[in-house]
Design a protein around this ligand. Structure first.
Ligand code: NAD
Length: 348
């Protein structure tokens, strides 16, 4: 088996989830890490035994030994970094949000088209969570009948301290937004993935509890039209006392299913026997082996394994870049809708 050498760009909060995930895989080595702030790269290198340290990603990319890169930086920098990594012949996995503006999203999609010889994935690790996968199977196999409405609520908490810790957070220029593009995006991706995509949105956003702290939104709501014709809503806030509570509800002609944080929350089917069997199956799901009982759960090891397998054996990615582009496209359309006061079509 060919050894795959990986580099990390951005050695902040999420980098360890990538490094630990790679270090679980056979014949994969994280050989380099890069951060604009040398001490941050040095800290990660010392923690995880990484040999090469860089403060310039260009120097890191010049390394012929390097096969693949994880991009773990602020949203605005994702586009330039991903494009340059692909141009340097490296496979890429980029953290969410793939881009922070529609213009940059186009550049990411062009880069993917221009480099069919390379693997280019976007992180949405919850696409590997067993409860969500089972919910997708049930919805897609028609167990709920025709889906009429699909609704998402995301209650979470991001404190003033969280926003003040890093200059890029909560800014239009570097994060591209706040609550929607950073926290709610995971579940906007999930509900749209399960439903087969969003066609258009009509939305509002506001800042209710972080005034003077962030320039972007901490609360938002949207009326959604899915590509399959169903309707739905998104309602989200990062000023809730509930630290992390994402809930998705699918209402169909044969019943209703609610999933909260990867677990069954409620189920009602016209067929009561089938309802009981499904309840049992949800109960059987246990969280599989994960890096640690960390805040980010067990999705990163599974997604990075998927990325490595795609490089090694050419299997199709679960989250190719063009698929990871849909949630940012929805989020950026929500912002456009609020600014224009009009319904906005979701392009990608
Ligand atoms: N999938 C998840 O659950 C999850 C969780 C947290 C963060 N994230 C994502 O991970 C990314 C990073 O978030 P974070 O919380 O780790 O941020 P962070 O601020 O803690 O770390 C980002 C690091 O990138 C470095 N950096 C920025 N531009 C660079 C460049 N050009 N070259 C080298 N280094 C550069 C910064 O110096 C900083 O150390 C974001 O896209 C975020 O949305 C994903």
């Amino acid at each position: 088996m060919k050894k795959i050498n990986v580099g990390i760009i951005g050695c902040g909060v999420i980098a360890p989830a990538h490094i630990k995930s790679y270090q679980m895989l056979p014949d994969v080595e994280v050989i380099s890490c890069c951060d604009l702030i040398r001490e941050k790269a040095e800290k990660r290198a010392a923690e995880f035994g990484i040999k090469k340290i860089f403060t310039s990603y260009k120097e890191m990319l010049a390394d012929k030994e390097l096969d693949a890169v994880s991009i773990c930086t602020d949203h605005e920098s994702h586009t330039l970094l991903a494009v340059e990594c692909l141009e340097a012949g490296k496979h890429v996995i980029c953290e969410k949000s793939l881009a922070s503006s529609k213009e940059n999203l186009e550049k990411m999609l062009d880069a993917e088209k221009n480099h069919p010889e390379l693997v280019f994935s976007g992180v949405f690790q919850h696409r590997f969570d067993s409860g969500y996968l089972y919910a997708k199977e049930l919805v897609n196999n028609g167990v709920l009948g025709e889906i009429l409405t699909a609704d998402l609520t995301v209650m979470c908490l991001r404190t003033n301290e969280y926003y003040n810790a890093d200059a890029w957070r909560g800014t239009w220029a570097k994060e591209g937004g706040a609550l929607l593009i950073n926290q709610a995006i995971h579940f906007i991706d999930m509900i749209s993935w399960i439903m087969g995509g969003v066609k258009s949105v009509s939305a509002e956003y506001t800042n209710l509890a972080h005034k003077g702290i962030i320039e972007c939104e901490d609360t938002a709501s949207a009326a959604v039209v899915y590509k399959n014709g169903a309707l739905g809503t998104i309602s989200a806030t990062s000023a809730s006392p509930l630290s992390w509570q994402p809930t998705m509800t699918f209402n169909g002609t044969k019943g209703s299913l609610s999933i909260r944080d990867n677990k069954l929350f409620s189920l009602q089917l016209s067929d009561r026997e089938q309802e009981e069997a499904i309840r049992q199956k949800f109960a059987e799901y246990t969280e599989e082996k994960c890096v640690s009982k960390s805040y980010y759960g067990s999705g990163h090891p599974r997604q990075l394994n998927d990325f490595i397998e795609a490089i090694r054996s050419g299997i199709p990615l679960r989250v190719p870049a063009h698929s990871a582009a849909h949630a940012p496209s929805i989020v950026l359309s929500i912002y456009d809708s609020c600014r224009s006061g009009k319904r906005v079509a979701v392009e990608h």
